[in-house]
Design a protein around this ligand. Structure first.
Ligand SMILES: Cc1cc2nc3c(=O)[nH]c(=O)nc-3n(C[C@H](O)[C@H](O)[C@H](O)COP(=O)(O)OP(=O)(O)OC[C@H]3O[C@@H](n4cnc5c(N)ncnc54)[C@H](O)[C@@H]3O)c2cc1C
Length: 617
């Protein structure tokens, strides 16, 4: 079945997204306008992205000493995406946006992620501009954010440093006031930054007129020392090229230099950079400016966003959507492999069925989709990827509820998102990667070559468990923070939603068994959460945070599948609905039982790994 049919079913039949147009903010929309957006996304993805996915993998970004060179196809794709208006899809009409629900924006972006995740569809640029819309000054919004929404500028997020990845409290980039009157700069209090930022995606290229870096740095105290911890982090807008208050380029290059490109396992269509801020390669001296860190203009010019010391909080403002974006990317890479391996399995003749008297070599070979094990691998991929897509769209719908729902519903949506976001990011990163591995397996030896696309999907997908918070960090966020916050209210709310689905499914004979299994899984997760924290000792509770997150995620996905199945049973004879019901059954029979093993070590606070001495490895 095509992606579009799956998206339409989930969006309209399951989530009822068309009803969003009854809300004031979306009043000018209807199912027709939502469909028109999806049509455009589908077409651009098909024409400008999919045909070039392999090309951007082979023609990695090159640095010629001055510029980073990308294939022309990447520029064409960026221009088509920007022209579609998708960069400002969710923005107000009066700033040129479409006032589209995030649910529809996320569904539209799914087509690009499936066609070519690494050409990219502006996720960082939109995230960067959204952050400035929420926390920037009026002029920062106008000069930087609006020019990102219209595609003139692109954006980055500069958090990581060579010595500070997961541990952002160790960021060492330093920001000092830029001369007298630094506070009076109309673009925001002006600082000089010095430091190295590692892994910066889209940190250097010629796709846009300018690149707007959002940089986390620390302002030294009176003793010259950097404040410890994340509370000392401030956020700065650092344009690659300086601009005036009308957003025009002044012709002065900021002191941000490319130190090198990272050569990645996958996702090669997007440049990934080590950037040196303020080393003096591009000195900045000018009227009304300070003399720089060395008296000769060294130091990258950065404009403070909001208040000092609140930088990480501002960055987190965008995390929910960014993490849904990462989860969606992982999902769609899985989906791309599923579709490719389904197609392959329908066409590859190999082997014969085993009859009562063995195999009959005089008979023609069958296509591999006729083998039970290949069907198992296909159904596993379907269950992982279509389930993950449903989860991502559900979370996107919660974002809309949080922004446009009645106060109580909006607050519930906020809490549910807090608990579900680590799952929305991590579950597809792990299981849709597993789907890619199965897609390779279905291709046999051919899957292990570059003649078929599935190995690239796996390489591209391998990133998702690493960036935007590694798997381990997400698991600790879930078990140490999210399920405990506000006295466990978010977890209780999620359990109540699951119970609602269970109650409805118990009334449907063909889903009653799954309903009981989900009730039991929910009870097991609740008990394991308590047991993990029974001694109140974080080292013990968090020793098995990843198995906890795996079990939690599988329970959430079982719930999502049961809820989807409730809709599918309404037209159970149709092949598409048969497929969904089978995927639901698969998930409950082959996947959900795994939570027992994961939760056992959590509940026992098993210290096998934690306590092993280093020299015993
Ligand atoms: C292709 C790519 C693109 C990226 N894009 C960006 C970007 O645009 N902007 C940006 O700022 N960053 C970006 N990153 C950086 C990314 O967010 C970091 O790689 C990630 O946060 C992990 O940091 P690290 O690589 O230093 O690994 P480390 O933090 O050193 O982690 C190594 C391992 O140790 C584990 N670990 C670390 N601390 C703990 C702990 N306290 N408890 C348990 N386990 C722990 C981790 O889970 C991981 O398995 C990108 C990375 C890559 C690879």
């Amino acid at each position: 079945m095509s992606l579009r049919l799956t998206v339409d079913f989930l969006l309209y039949d399951w989530l009822g997204a068309q009803a969003l147009s009854e809300r004031e903010r979306f009043a000018e929309h209807s199912r027709e306008t939502f469909d028109a957006v999806l049509d455009i996304c589908e077409r651009i993805a098909r024409e400008k992205y999919a045909p070039f996915n392999r090309l951007v993998d082979i023609q990695e970004p090159q640095f010629d000493g001055e510029k980073v060179i990308l294939p022309q196809a990447t520029k064409d794709a960026w221009d088509a995406y920007a022209a579609s208006g998708m960069l400002s899809a969710a923005q107000d009409y009066d700033v040129g946006g479409m006032q589209l629900p995030y649910t529809v924006e996320a569904a539209g972006n799914a087509f690009f992620a499936m066609a070519s995740v690494s050409i990219g569809a502006g996720m960082l640029t939109v995230g960067n501009a959204n952050l400035l819309m929420a926390h920037g000054s009026a002029l920062q919004r106008e000069v930087f954010a609006l020019n990102e929404f219209n595609g003139r500028f692109s954006g980055t997020m500069c958090l990581s440093e060579p010595q500070a990845g997961s541990s952002l409290s160790d960021v060492a980039t330093r920001a000092v006031p830029d001369g007298e009157g630094f506070e009076a700069d109309p673009l925001g209090p002006r600082y000089r930054l010095r430091g190295n930022k590692m892994w910066i995606s889209a940190g250097e290229h010629e796709l846009t007129e300018n690149i707007i870096h959002l940089v986390l740095a620390k302002i030294p105290g009176p003793d010259g020392k950097l404040p410890p911890g994340v509370k000392g982090l401030s956020l700065f807008v650092v344009p690659k090229k300086l601009v005036d208050t009308d957003g025009r380029l002044t012709g002065v290059r900021n002191d941000v230099a490319l130190a090198g490109l990272n050569h990645k396992c996958g996702w090669r269509g997007t440049t990934n950079t080590l950037l040196n801020f303020g080393e003096g390669k591009f000195p900045v001296l000018g009227e009304g400016m300070g003399l720089g860190l060395d008296g000769q203009g060294a130091g990258a010019i950065g404009y403070l966003v909001g208040e000092p010391g609140k930088g990480l909080g501002y960055m987190f403002h965008m995390m929910n959507e960014a993490r849904i974006g990462v989860g969606m990317a992982a999902t769609m890479l899985g989906m791309a492999g599923y579709h490719a391996s389904l197609d392959y399995a329908k066409n590859r003749p190999q082997g014969r069925p085993m009859g009562a008297s063995g195999k009959d070599p005089t008979q023609p070979q069958v296509r591999i989709i006729e083998h039970a094990d290949v069907k198992r691998m296909l159904l596993a991929q379907k269950a992982y990827c279509e389930g993950a897509l449903a989860l991502e769209l559900y979370c996107a719908r919660l974002v809309d509820e949080q922004h446009t729902g009645a106060p109580e519903a909006a607050d519930d949506a906020r809490l549910l998102l807090e608990v579900l976001t680590p799952i929305a990011k991590s579950w597809p990163s792990e299981w849709c990667l597993e789907a890619n591995s199965l897609a390779i397996q279905i291709h046999g030896g051919y899957g292990y070559t570059r003649d078929f696309p599935v190995e690239q999907y796996w390489r591209d997908n391998r990133l998702n468990m690493i960036h935007e918070g590694t798997h381990g960090i997400q698991a600790m966020d879930l078990l140490a923070r999210k399920v405990l916050m506000e006295n466990g209210k978010g977890l209780k709310l999620l359990a109540a939603h699951m119970q609602g689905t269970i109650d409805r499914a118990l009334q449907v004979p063909e889903l009653a068994r799954e309903a009981k299994d989900l009730a039991q899984a929910l009870q097991q997760v609740g008990a394991a959460t308590q047991a993990a924290w029974a001694t109140g000792e974080p080292t013990e509770a968090l020793a098995n945070a990843v198995p906890y997150m795996q079990a939690f995620g599988h329970t959430v996905l079982a719930w999502i599948w049961l809820d989807v199945a409730l809709v599918a049973t309404r037209a159970a004879a149709a092949p598409a609905q048969q497929g969904r019901l089978a995927a639901c059954r698969y998930f409950f029979r082959y996947e959900l039982p795994k939570i027992g093993a994961w939760l056992q070590v959590v509940s026992n606070r098993d210290m096998t790994c934690t306590e092993l001495a280093e020299d015993a490895f």
